[in-house]
Design a protein around this ligand. Structure first.
Ligand code: 3PY
Ligand code: MG
Length: 259
């Protein structure tokens, strides 16, 4: 079973961040640092299918399987879904999912028959596992059913349809995009305590509890205790590879200038 799914059942909250640099070196370093998961972001970084495949494999290898690669695809298109899944990722995050009709078409593209229409050819996926093999049939039988399907709720419309999105069979969890959600609600920034925004988060969390599905969100390090208390079971730390590099570099430079 891919580690993201099993870790969700053993840990209170999985901590991850996102990678945007187009080199497996970035995912390798962050996976080695001990994150539970990494989002490999094709939505806002122009990463190719080849690059994300190498990044998926480097994440698993560098962490001896303890850090799960989750690919965020740029849209609902079948080619993105197919390439991401064939990389051997432990899950896909799908942005801007607004209603059940969209969920159904995503799942149809992502699941093998009889549940969907995913085309068979996971040549690289079995190698993403520790001690990877050439056995694609084993991947289909044993690994593919455990790959996480994680639509994003990040609009007013999606919150209004939260119960039917989350309740759809085949959806394993939801990742909330706070920035786009807030924009859609007419709010700025990545976090806040406005009544409408908190009510939206609570509605998604409540639907997650009702259907037994994991709910994740992007958040700052300072917000982690509050997000865990609210019930989020996976958090993506803000900044990602570029932000972490910039922050560490600035701190060291500043300290050196002051010394
Ligand atoms: C958002 O906040 O909109 C996101 O997509 C986070 O990744
Ligand atoms: Mg977003």
């Amino acid at each position: 079973m891919p580690s993201f799914r099993s870790a969700l059942s053993t840990k209170l909250c999985l901590l991850g961040t996102f990678v945007s640099f187009n080199d497996p070196y970035s995912s390798q370093i962050l996976a080695r640092c001990g994150f539970d998961w990494l989002m490999i972001d094709m939505e806002h970084s122009p990463l190719s299918a080849q690059q994300i495949t190498a990044m998926v494999h480097s994440t698993i290898a560098a962490s001896a399987g303890h850090c799960s690669p989750i690919v965020r695809i740029p849209s609902h298109g079948v080619e993105w879904i197919k390439w991401a899944l064939d990389s051997g990722t432990h899950g896909i995050i799908v942005p801007m999912v607004n209603n059940k009709q969209e969920v159904d078409s995503i799942l149809k593209r992502a699941l093998y028959p009889p549940n969907g229409q995913r085309s068979f050819g996971p040549f690289r996926a079995p190698f993403a596992e520790l001690g990877g093999t050439l056995d694609m049939a084993k991947y289909k039988r044993e690994t593919a059913p455990g790959v996480m399907m994680l639509p994003m709720i990040e609009s007013r419309e999606a919150v209004e349809n939260a119960e039917e999105i989350i309740g759809t069979e085949g959806v394993d969890g939801i990742f909330i995009g706070p920035v786009d959600l807030r924009h859609s609600l007419g709010l700025e920034g990545a976090e806040g305590d406005e009544v409408e925004y908190i009510a939206a988060l609570q509605r998604v969390l409540e639907a997650g509890r009702r259907f037994g599905k994991a709910i994740g969100i992007l958040g700052t390090q300072e917000a982690v205790p509050q997000l865990v208390k609210m019930g989020f079971s996976f958090i993506m730390l803000a900044g990602g590879d570029a932000g972490i590099l910039a922050e560490a570099a600035s701190v060291r430079l500043q300290a050196s200038r002051e010394s």
